[in-house]
Write a protein that binds this ligand. Structure first.
Ligand code: NAP
Ligand code: MG
Length: 398
């Protein structure tokens, strides 16, 4: 059989621990036998990030701007324990944060739905994609403990020195206060990423905030979305047969629970953090969740939503058998290959991505799965496979 040719490389970002082991198996067993794989390889494994003073992470993000499509393996975000374990020069920042800052994107997370892994919410028939704004609000907030009576004000000092003040509260005893911000440009990018992603995936887009209470802050989000929609997207949405609608966050939550899924739910930073964990756990497992960072100028970085599965890696190092779920990492690859195919007009590559996804889902639906899924499946007597066995079972179907 002749291998599928690629014209433009993908940016390949290798990672750490158990997911790095899966990465290699996926390439060897599921990709390289069928595709003449063209990638520009960046080793984001922690050792190499440390050797390059994290330059490799920056280079990989810049390469993504050049080639438009990247696929990323899970990576360690260093903490004190990792400093010691890897003898690090510095506590390097989260690679995802670095890449996001360079690409200026929105993160879209969607569950991979298979028969036999049923959502807790029984009317959810199709995936619900969460689009999370990844800048500002409480994540860039400043806070104070107020020790006793006194006045707290917001003060804006313009470049010409003039001041605008707004009373926060007249305290008559101890309390707390928080200041947070966002930037119109970032909200605009968020809106465009959401509208583009809705068009890409032909799904309706919902957006919700608390604008009735937050009449300036949240209302600005609402207004920016509406202005950009009316000016740039209304026509395209009509042609694609999809809709955009705005509602209050509490109304959105109620509708989501009663819906059958199949749409994108755009959330402010905090709402997205909380709601994506709710949606992913209700759909079954973090190992069955895709994640893609989409930038407003059309760059795509695909990854798994979970981490490096450290506990399994230590078992693997001790020579013990592991049963780590590779589905999200496989879907990171298929997402990237399909997008590469789409941008390059490479139909064979797009069809291969479809086939690999189907082989993966068929394997699980036939009762062959890793331990995490076997514990929650409604399929009777599932066959529990180890990490490698599961990938080999998919390869056989493929
Ligand atoms: P994790 O890697 O997501 O794993 C937490 C637990 O979830 C695992 O111990 C395992 O449970 C289960 N799990 C997650 N993915 C699984 C899979 N594919 N198959 C089977 N079970 C799976 O989170 P963590 O252990 O808290 O973090 C480990 C490292 O990942 C950290 O250094 C963190 O910085 C990094 N991280 C990276 C990213 C990223 O690159 N996007 C995201 C999150 C975390 P059991 O042990 O019960 O089997
Ligand atoms: Mg969270």
């Amino acid at each position: 059989m002749e291998k599928i040719k690629m014209t433009t490389p993908l940016v390949e970002m290798d990672g750490d621990e158990m997911t790095r082991i899966l990465w290699k198996m996926i390439k060897e067993d599921l990709l390289e036998p069928y595709i003449d794989l063209k990638t520009e390889y960046y080793d984001l494994g922690l050792e190499h990030r440390n050797e390059t003073n994290d330059q490799v992470t920056i280079d990989s993000a810049l390469a993504t701007k050049k080639y438009k499509v990247a696929v990323k393996c899970a990576t360690i975000t260093p903490n004190a324990a990792r400093m010691e374990e890897y003898d690090l020069k510095e506590m390097w920042k989260s690679p995802n944060g670095t890449i996001r800052a360079i690409l200026d994107g929105t993160v879209f997370r969607a569950p991979i739905v298979v028969k036999g892994i049923e959502p807790c919410v029984k009317n959810w028939k199709k995936p619900i994609t969460i689009a999370r704004h990844a800048y500002g609000d409480v994540y860039k907030g400043s806070e104070m403990k107020i020790p006793g009576a006194g006045k707290v004000e917001l003060v804006y000092t313009a470049e010409d020195g003039s001041e605008t003040r707004e009373l926060v509260h007249e305290f008559d005893g101890p309390g707390i206060v928080q200041g947070m911000h966002n930037i119109n440009k970032s909200i605009e990018s968020f809106a465009r990423s959401c509208f583009n992603y809705a068009l890409d995936t032909k799904q309706d887009l919902w957006f919700a905030t608390k604008d009735t209470i937050s009449k300036k802050y949240d209302h600005t989000f609402k207004d920016i979305f509406q202005e950009i929609f009316d000016a740039e997207y209304a026509e395209k949405f009509k042609e694609a047969g999809i809709v955009y609608f705005y509602t209050l966050i509490d109304d959105a939550v109620a509708r989501v629970m009663k819906s059958e899924g199949g749409y994108i739910w755009a959330c402010k930073n905090y709402d997205g953090d909380v709601m994506s964990d709710m949606v992913s756990s209700a759909f079954g497992s973090l190992a069955m969740m895709t994640s893609v960072l989409v930038s407003p100028d059309g760059n795509y970085e695909y990854e798994a939503a979970h981490g490096t599965v450290q506990r399994h890696y230590y078992k693997h190092l001790k020579g013990e058998e592991t049963s780590t779920n590779s589905v999200a990492t496989i879907f990171a690859w298929t997402g990237a290959l399909r997008k590469r195919g789409e941008l390059d007009g490479n139909k064979e590559l797009m069809e291969f991505a479809d086939r690999l996804e189907k082989a993966t889902i068929d394997t699980i639906e036939a009762g062959e799965m890793t331990k995490d899924l076997a514990l929650i499946t409604t399929i009777e007597n599932p066959t529990v496979l180890n990490s490698e066995g599961f990938i080999k079972a998919i390869a056989k179907r493929l």
